[in-house]
Design a protein. Sequence first.
Length: 96
Amino acid sequence: MAKFTDDATRTDLLNRLKRAEGQLRGIQRMIEGGEPCISIASQMAAVRKALDSAYVRMTVCYMQQELQSRLEPDAKHEGELAAVLDDVQVLLGKVR
């Protein structure tokens, strides 16, 4: 099973999750402070979007690592693979 071998991707995902964690704490404070439900719902939607975005990034990372390990190393194919995965990430982003 693929693991995060790329430090930049690992850092990016951790930063996304930490941001979502901060948003969740903010929502908890809003609830404790008696903020209006519409404001809380708006922040919940933002957290869901942040988590969806992190999930898409992780999925593309997984696909990249798995495909690279199964394909013979070839500079030409690496560029093509990167382009296809960029397109996949855009398409998955539209699903949210």
